[in-house]
Design a protein around this ligand. Structure first.
Ligand SMILES: Cc1cc2nc3c(=O)[nH]c(=O)nc-3n(C[C@H](O)[C@H](O)[C@H](O)COP(=O)(O)OP(=O)(O)OC[C@H]3O[C@@H](n4cnc5c(N)ncnc54)[C@H](O)[C@@H]3O)c2cc1C
Length: 430
């Protein structure tokens, strides 16, 4: 092994290893570009492994009765993902685990939530389907009003990341954190003709210096795009963070994926995962997590317990031997005045050939890849065919999901508290 590490020449270097970078890497490869992915942490760390894994078809965006730009872009996504999951094309995600082919939609008892559901139904490509009382899952047996089934698949995102890794590991390079990306340097006077436009100076986990020369660089590292853009000389303030405070419950829980809607808002979105010890974990998102940002962990858990009693009258935390915890995380997106952007975003505002991508949603990762390919074509950056690297690269590991962080040295321990202790600590407020 040389002390100076790898020196790679590719058409496109992709920095990041969440869903955006992974989908883009596959799309570049399919389009005939040679590409390498640089992961400064572990694959999926950041938002992707925290995500609730729902491949939205736009329902959430039509609750106000409007078919917005966001709803239009996202309405095509479930079908696109289904094709990938069926293994019929690129990317081939047949190895990924679909936790559920659909979600449930139910409402709390307010009249407003009934009207919002009607508005949403009229605007959607995949309309929620009313289910007979006998076909409801047991946990929704006593939900008020109609329960709907929505055609939006729910994925185990760890298995999605693993599926991409299995296909593309040979073109993935692990570097030593963000400090491991020393420079994303435009090459002075590069004018095509085989000369690379960018030099990436990198440091591997073993301290070796690597270099990647590329015609284009795609920054697709979620919240870490901000420091990376500064490094590449792209303008500041292009990114926004919209924070969440997620509550989690683990115990004897039924598999449930869906949204309880109240008025025009998603009161709680519940998704089910399995932790490394085989326990079921519910993640509680939606309004609960957005408003939870202002709450301490203890306050959020008291509210979460109270909310579950309202939206899932049949859930008994004592019988489920529930344990509770929370974590904070930011959604990293292209700046849009604090509102969610309508679509995936690909910014081309830095040195020529340096693109920054935020998919906005897990579901929109295919759109992010489309936008990158379109932009490369506009810039006249052409594919020169896939290549094999002379030496195997040090490949990044897959990150740990938030419910398994106790197993991940970098994250410290997540403390779960049992239901008794939660009641004692917060009884007065719950
Ligand atoms: C709690 C939560 C739930 C969500 N649920 C859904 C959902 O159900 N459906 C949906 O469509 N969308 C959902 N989203 C949104 C979705 O998860 C994101 O839009 C998407 O995952 C963003 O992907 P990304 O590749 O841009 O970024 P990320 O997933 O954040 O990836 C960033 C990558 O950069 C790497 N990286 C760069 N620098 C560093 C560094 N210094 N240290 C460590 N790592 C570094 C990370 O390792 C990681 O690989 C959710 C988001 C959150 C936060």
């Amino acid at each position: 092994m040389s002390a100076s590490g790898h020196h790679l020449r590719v058409d496109v270097a992709v920095v990041g290893g969440g869903i955006a970078a992974l989908w883009i890497l596959d799309a570049l490869d399919e389009a005939g570009f040679s590409a390498a992915l640089v992961e400064p942490g572990s694959l999926g760390r950041g938002q992707t492994l925290s995500s609730q894994g729902i491949i939205h078809g736009g329902l959430k965006y039509t609750l106000r009765g409007l078919f917005t730009g966001a709803a239009e872009a996202i309405s095509l996504m479930p079908e696109r993902w289904r094709r990938a999951l069926a293994g019929g094309g690129r990317p081939n995600l047949a190895a990924a685990r679909v936790r559920s082919p659909s979600t449930w939609l139910w409402r709390s008892s307010s009249l407003g939530s009934k009207l919002a559901l009607l508005g949403a139904r009229s605007a959607l490509r995949a309309r929620p389907i009313e289910v007979e009382r006998r076909d409801r899952p047991a946990i929704l047996a006593n939900a008020p009003g109609t329960v709907y089934r929505v055609d939006e698949p729910v994925l185990d995102t760890t298995s999605v990341v693993a599926a991409f890794r299995a296909i593309h590991a040979e073109r993935m390079l692990s570097v030593a954190g963000l400090e491991g990306v020393r420079a994303v340097r435009p090459v002075d006077g590069a004018s095509g003709g085989g000369q690379a436009a960018f030099a990436l100076e990198l440091v591997g986990r073993d301290g070796r210096a690597h270099r990647i020369d590329a015609d284009a660089v795609v920054l697709a590292a979620g919240a870490w795009n901000e420091p990376l853009r500064a490094l590449a000389g792209a303008p500041a303030k292009a990114m926004q963070r919209r924070p969440l405070h997620m509550a989690m419950v683990r115990g004897a829980l039924s598999e449930l994926h869906g949204h309880c809607v109240d008025g025009a808002a998603t009161r709680v979105t519940i998704s089910t995962s399995t932790d490394a010890s085989g326990r079921s974990v519910w993640q509680l998102g939606g309004q609960l997590a957005e408003e939870g940002v202002r709450r301490s962990p203890e306050e959020l858990l008291a509210t979460a317990r109270h909310e579950l009693a309202q939206v899932l009258p049949d859930f008994d935390p004592i019988a489920a031997k529930a344990e509770w915890t929370t974590y904070r995380i930011d959604r990293a997106e292209r700046a849009a005045g604090g509102l969610r952007p309508d679509d995936a975003q690909c910014l081309d505002d830095g040195p020529r050939g340096c693109l920054t991508v935020w998919p906005t949603k897990l579901a929109l990762a295919p759109r992010a890849a489309d936008l990158v390919l379109d932009r490369l074509a506009l810039l006249g950056i052409e594919p020169h065919g896939p290549i094999r690297f002379a030496q195997p690269l040090e490949q990044p590991a897959i990150g740990a999901a938030p419910w398994d962080r106790a197993l991940d040295d970098h994250d410290g321990t997540v403390h779960w508290i049992d239901d008794d202790r939660l009641l004692r600590a917060t009884g007065a407020r719950s």
